[in-house]
Design a protein around this ligand. Structure first.
Ligand SMILES: [Zn+2]
Length: 367
């Protein structure tokens, strides 16, 4: 080899090194007849031997499919049509045979409509949970399992499977959610708010104030707050009407809510009773009530000086007969003039609503 040629050759090799760093094909001898495709160049020289010093037998165009028969260093002995020769493997990339999947959902978008959806390692509900994706998140569908589950990239470089029943599949990711959808921490959730008493049943009455009216006012403030955080709210009553306990349960059953919230105001029975409390009946409601009460304690107490009493068990029809978890919140004591003055204000009702909403958010984040 003449010196000049050698120089060019070395220069050529260093260019190749850079190119090959971008796309190094597999060179395992076992895959003797693997198919490759010409990439990175519009014209690839096919030579009589494994080196640039060999004669060119053919020029291969980009995307030509070739079959590798053997390997010699960086050079592949290939066959294309009836021609056999050598090419520099840096310009080839392995043809990956697509896993047979005739489903056309790949490449489309999947927009989550459930409040939260588990991402799993494989396409089974029993598979390891990798992450949770929330309402409003949109993903490109990377693949689809036999049972319909989608493969998505839930975080950069991380993929997993989600059920295909809790979202919308669409070609474009625009205008997927209904107009007016609020994206908040409670989006995708439904709550039933039940203002206690009403109509012919006034509930407690002190200092010219009726409990049914306070309950409705407080419930409407809570309704507004939950809606602003994305939730769907079903009210058992929005006016001053009489409703039986069974009718309230019936409404809740029909709504299939994430939780049922009954709103009441209290009457002092024992000396020392003061402030708000949360009541539960079913065993399954205990933790839920703990979350609601603790959230109220941390946000409401500071803001209003109304004390936090407790969360405790009480056998209540509307909770016992209700298949969904719930709470009955006593906003405070009407029978004590000083306390009624504090709790019958918009500021208090708003602080309570925020406390309940935050409690719902943290509970459902965990359960
Ligand atoms: Zn009541």
């Amino acid at each position: 080899m003449r010196l000049k040629t050698k120089h060019i050759f070395i220069l050529f090799l260093s260019v190749l090194l850079v190119v090959s760093a971008l796309s190094i094909p597999q060179t395992d001898a076992s895959a003797a007849t693997t198919k490759y495709k010409v990439v990175n160049t519009n014209s690839l020289n096919m030579r009589t031997g494994p080196g640039v010093q060999y004669k060119i037998v053919k020029k291969l165009k980009k995307n030509t499919t070739v079959t590798k028969t053997s390997t010699k260093g960086k050079w592949f002995k290939i066959k294309t049509g009836s021609t056999v020769g050598y090419v520099n493997s840096s310009y080839l990339s392995k043809v990956v045979l697509k896993v047979s999947n005739t489903n056309s959902t790949i490449g489309k978008y999947y927009s989550i409509t459930a409040a939260s959806l588990n991402v799993r390692k494989t396409s089974a509900a029993t598979s390891t949970k990798l992450a949770v994706v929330k309402f409003g998140k949109q993903f490109v569908i990377k693949g689809q399992a036999k049972n319909g589950w989608y493969k998505i990239e839930y975080a950069k470089g991380k993929t997993g499977y989600v059920s295909n029943h809790y979202g919308i599949t669409s070609v474009s990711k625009n205008n997927v959610y209904p107009k007016g959808t609020i994206f908040g921490p409670l989006s995708g959730r439904t709550f039933v708010i039940d203002p206690g008493h009403g109509g012919s049943q006034a509930g407690a009455q002190y200092f010219g104030v009726k409990e049914k009216d306070l309950n409705l006012k407080a419930s409407k403030t809570l309704q507004k707050e939950l809606i602003s955080q994305g939730a769907k709210v079903v009210m058992t009553r929005s006016t001053d009407k009489t409703l039986s306990l069974d009718a309230r349960v019936k409404i809740s059953k029909a709504a299939k809510p994430d939780a049922y919230i009954s709103v009441h105001h209290n009457v002092v029975v024992k000396k020392g009773e003061a402030g708000y409390l949360a009541l539960y009946t079913k065993k399954s409601e205990k933790t839920f009530n703990k979350y609601i009460f603790n959230s109220l304690k941390s946000s409401v107490t500071k803001a209003t000086k109304v004390p936090a009493e407790e969360y405790r068990y009480q056998n209540l029809h509307v909770l016992r007969e209700n298949p969904y978890i719930g709470t009955l919140i006593e906003y405070g004591y009407m029978s004590r003039a000083s306390e009624l003055k504090k709790i019958n204000t918009n500021a208090y009702r708003e602080a309570m609503a925020k406390g309940i909403a935050n409690g719902l958010e943290s509970y459902f984040d965990k359960y």
